[in-house]
Design a protein around this ligand. Structure first.
Ligand SMILES: [Cu+2]
Length: 185
């Protein structure tokens, strides 16, 4: 952890310290102000240099689990796709993460479809600085430490292309470009 990250962690480590906190965690929380993230993933490229490209947090909210964070170092305007995959491993260029998290054996769909994969999430488009944000409430997963719908110890996969929310089994989203294990805070 570098010094900047450490300072952010200290500033944002408690609900009482949110004022003035400029990290993604502070900027994007909505509602339930006392509900802190329970899970977090630091995402790295799957190729040789394993560069860090972002962080995603998960916290329980009334409607489900808020998934929020940023991916950096994308091409300006690039749309990528993000899913929760079923195995908590980023080995073998991310292939070890397996397929989409799908505890109820549903088809792949758009992330708002309750009949789709629990691990389906919306596409992200990078801004002029190559930064893409996600802020989505997933109603099909749990941010608890364990359980059928818990995503603890599973993996985020970033694909280089756009998820069409239709093609099976994974939306024709393209190569796996980055990956992060989901872990307890
Ligand atoms: Cu995927």
């Amino acid at each position: 952890m570098n010094k900047t990250m450490l300072a952010s962690a200290l500033l944002c480590g408690s609900a009482l310290a949110m004022t003035g906190c400029q990290t993604v965690e502070g900027q994007m929380q909505t509602g339930n102000p006392l509900s802190q993230p329970t899970l977090k993933s630091t995402i790295h490229t799957v190729n040789g240099d394993k560069k860090e490209v972002g962080q995603v947090f998960l916290r329980p909210v009334d409607e489900g689990v808020q998934v929020y964070g940023k991916l950096m170092n994308l091409q300006p305007g690039q749309t990528v796709s993000l899913h929760i995959h079923e195995t908590g491993s980023c080995a073998d260029m991310g292939k070890a993460a397996g397929g989409h998290f799908n505890p109820d054996n549903k088809p792949h769909s758009n992330p708002d479809d309750m009949n789709g994969h629990a691990g389906d999430l919306p596409n992200l488009t990078a801004n002029d600085n190559g930064v893409a944000t996600i802020n989505f409430v997933n109603k099909k997963i749990s941010a608890a430490e364990a359980g059928k719908y818990s995503v603890n110890r599973l993996a985020f996969i970033v694909h280089g292309g756009t998820d069409d929310y239709t093609s099976q089994p994974a939306g024709n989203a393209g190569d796996r470009v980055a990956c992060g294990i989901i872990e307890t805070m």
